[in-house]
Design a binder for this molecule. Structure first.
Ligand code: AP5
Length: 220
């Protein structure tokens, strides 16, 4: 059976960190819509040019663009045994469209894991986040720093701070999350697909909780 998991939560909740952990451990692709958009910006594609103006001010990229990206990505061969969505869906329109795409594919959503965390902790995490320009590995100067300052432990790439991790942009992203993304939780709760976790615990503790959910799914 294919496992299709959504890792959900506000900006900085740890979605990327946990999705990467599950992806590596179970060899299931992580589909991070934020990473796809940042890659497009880096390559200077027309998608990147379109997305950049939204991303730099913390706004959401239009639904039809995002749905198109996911629709294409999940057709790739590596998704044939399931996948982990990180950062999608984040509006009700995206959620409804995902449901239709999965119905068409004959593979319903398995589980949505929501990482809960306070705004105060999010601001602390995001303003101290650093990301590898080459392989997208995620670090945190406070709790998960690189071994060598400014260099990625995995590939030696340069670490940088995302433009949207500046405090004023983070606050805008949080407002958009509250207004446009939290209704998605209610949608999944009604469908009994939602598992809530305390995302404010340490990376290892959250990993343990995510792993326990995933291992249970493997037995079903
Ligand atoms: P996206 O990249 O998806 O950003 P986000 O959802 O705001 O999430 P983040 O990547 O900021 O955080 P995260 O939850 O992955 O946390 P992480 O693991 O890195 O989207 C960026 C933009 O793209 C959007 O604003 C929008 O413009 C556009 N976009 C993307 N998808 C879209 C969509 N579907 N629709 C429309 N627009 C879209 O962790 C954060 C930090 O905390 C790191 O430093 C990490 O090391 C640290 N950390 C992680 N876990 C812990 C822990 N347990 N304890 C302490 N520190 C931790």
């Amino acid at each position: 059976m294919q496992r299709i998991i959504v890792i959900f939560g506000p900006p900085g909740a740890g979605k990327g960190t946990q999705a990467k952990f599950l992806s590596d451990k179970f060899n299931i692709p992580q589909i991070s819509t934020g990473d796809i958009l940042r890659e497009a910006v880096k390559k200077g594609t027309s998608l990147g040019a379109q997305a950049q103006s939204y991303m730099s001010r913390g706004a959401l990229v239009p639904d039809e663009v995002m749905v198109g990206i996911v629709e294409e990505r999940i057709k790739d061969k590596d998704c044939s045994n399931g996948f982990i969505l990180d950062g999608f869906p984040r509006t009700i329109a995206q959620t409804e469209k995902l449901e239709k795409l999965l119905q068409k594919r004959g593979t319903p959503l398995t589980q949505v894991i929501n990482l809960k965390i306070s705004d105060k902790e999010i601001i602390k995490r995001l303003t101290s986040r650093r990301v590898c320009r080459s392989c997208n590995a995620i670090y945190n100067l406070l709790v998960n720093p690189p071994k060598v300052k400014g260099k990625c432990d995995v590939c030696g790439g340069e670490l940088y701070q995302r433009d949207d991790d500046k405090e004023e942009v983070v606050k805008k992203r949080l407002k958009i999350y509250a207004d446009e993304t939290t209704p998605v939780l209610n949608f999944y709760s009604k469908r009994k697909l939602l598992k809530e976790l305390d995302g404010s615990r340490s990376i290892n503790e959250v990993q343990g909780a995510v792993l326990a959910i995933f291992q249970l799914l493997l037995t079903q």
